[in-house]
Design a protein around this ligand. Structure first.
Ligand code: UD1
Ligand code: CA
Length: 475
């Protein structure tokens, strides 16, 4: 924008209707908090500064802002938190925010913190209207077929805006008005500085309403423009968990559609949950019930059968994730074959062509090319060399009750089924471990390590004990 613009985000409310310990603006929609979403929309207008008004859950809100500060969308934008200790209404919050706005800012945009689907492009028409009319105040309004719960826009017979009336203060007639207040305002800093201190709490909720700045403008001859949108979703707030889920469904639909247009097959787009920051390559197949969370990257030609949860992980090209896997903060190399029912916990690093079968759990492991762990295994704090076969039921005993220890298995080893590897321990390249072994000492490369009681067969034992085969007991 040509004139210097700063933004106030109102985020001090508890969000009582969420019935949550967490402030409303920290609830998430497709992987991003409501606060992040509103900040992104505002940041698209390239403001010099954003003042976030915090109150309920201030510490949690500051933590979220710390996490967001390093993200590219906030680069070059100063972010300041101002505290509204007691939530006395949106007008009061805006006044506290205004104290953080720079004295030389010309324009101030006020955004509610709970409008998660707002985009920068939804704000452009308001900015253009205020600029071209040289108005003191601009309000974004919206035509809503079901205006229940919103502030209504009151207009004179000539159509000029006169006031905003909250639903609780509306007459029966006013309740019929379908033009609603979006709670998005853009005005001169000097206007807000005059108007906000005059607000009074003579209303049904006993609060200082930001909406009353319109009445102030009209009474004091300050020019007001309105821009009316008929697209409700971008300007709606998420006040309840139900509203949040409805807005999330809208966004999910858009995200899924965009991925399909980018060449990704979604078996059942209604039941596929892809967070905002996920990346997916073309010709990848994503089965029903898949959840791709956080900063996950799925490369091209990957096949994910479904019902899997993949969080902050990277799956390289050509891999196959069978049904019902959970993969978190892990990397799966190219052409791996995972699952069904595999659990890759944080720090699992798989090179290419690794095979992880059913009921296998990994954590902090590096599995080199072609490692196979096909059944019922736990590999934690371990490195396994290329081509090694881990037999069914192998366990790295990585925890001695106090500390975690490493297991190192070389390349081209064969670890027999039901082996316990008591860490710290090493198995050298090319070594074999006999099935059922409890390995407590390192096995040299190329050797066979066996650590189990030798088998004894006692001839004729059953007859001597007069044990005869019996019919199974009826239960
Ligand atoms: C507000 C508007 C209403 C509009 C609707 C659009 C007022 C009085 N009402 O109602 O006209 O139709 O938004 O979504 O402005 N907040 C504070 N401090 C407070 C109170 C609220 O920071 O003391 C923040 C909240 O955290 C929230 C935002 O202001 O992010 C809006 O508050 P909310 O309670 O959601 O207002 P609505 O009832 O939705
Ligand atoms: Ca709201």
């Amino acid at each position: 924008m040509s004139s210097s613009l700063e933004i106030i985000v109102l985020a001090a409310g508890k969000g009582t209707r969420m019935k949550s310990q967490m402030p409303k603006v920290l609830h998430r929609l497709c992987g991003r908090t409501l606060l992040e979403r509103v900040l992104r929309a505002g940041a698209a207008l390239a403001p010099k500064k954003i003042v976030v008004v915090a109150g309920y859950g201030e510490d949690a809100l500051r933590k979220e802002l710390e996490l967001l500060r390093d993200q590219a969308f906030l680069s070059g934008i100063e972010v300041e938190v101002r505290v509204q200790a007691e939530q006395r209404g949106t007008g009061h919050a805006a006044e506290i925010g205004l104290a953080g706005v720079s004295a030389n800012a010309e324009l101030v945009l006020v955004l509610p913190g709970d409008g998660p689907l707002l985009r920068g492009s939804d704000l452009q028409p308001l900015a253009a209207a205020v600029q071209s009319a040289g108005a003191e105040l601009g309000v974004l309004t919206c035509l809503h077929p079901n205006p229940e719960g919103f502030g209504r826009i009151i207009r004179s017979e000539s159509g000029a805006v006169e006031a905003i009336v909250e639903e609780k203060d509306c007459s029966k007639e006013q309740r019929g008005i379908q033009e609603i207040n979006t709670s998005i305002y853009l005005g001169r800093r000097s206007f807000f500085a005059k108007a906000l201190p005059t607000l009074e709490s003579k209303n049904a909720q006993g609060e200082l309403y930001l909406t009353d700045v319109v009445k102030y403008a009209v009474q004091n001859g300050c020019s007001v423009v309105t821009v009316t949108s008929d697209d409700t979703a971008p300007v709606l707030g998420a006040n309840t968990r139900h509203e949040l889920s409805q807005l999330e469904a809208l966004r999910r639909h858009e995200i899924n559609r965009a991925w399909m247009e980018a060449g990704v097959t979604l078996e059942d787009p209604v039941n596929t949950y892809i967070d905002e920051d996920v990346e997916i390559g073309p010709d990848t197949f994503i089965g029903a019930g898949t959840r791709l969370r956080g900063r996950t990257i799925i490369e091209n030609n990957v096949r994910i059968e479904g019902l899997s949860l993949i969080q902050d992980s990277h799956i390289e090209t050509g891999s196959h994730i069978r049904l019902s896997c959970e993969i978190e903060r892990s990397k799966v190399g190219a052409e791996c074959d995972i699952g069904p029912f595999a659990h890759l916990r944080p720090g699992s690093f798989l090179w290419e062509k690794v095979k992880i079968g059913n009921f296998v759990e990994t954590k902090k492991v590096e599995l080199h090319r072609g490692v196979k762990a096909n059944h019922l295994t736990y590999l934690g704090d371990a490195e396994v060399g290329g081509g090694t076969n881990i037999g069914a039921g192998t366990i790295t005993c990585n925890y001695d009750g106090l500390r975690k220890h490493q297991t190192k298995i070389g390349a081209a080893c064969f670890i027999g089924s039901n082996t316990a590897l008591v860490a710290p321990v090493e198995v050298g390249s090319g070594a074999y471990v006999g099935a059922g072994s409890t390995i407590t000492q390192s096995v040299p490369g190329g050797a066979l390590g066996v650590a189990r009681g030798a088998q004894r067969n006692i001839e004729g034992w059953a007859a001597r004990k007069k044990i005869t085969a019996r019919e199974p007991e009826q239960s």
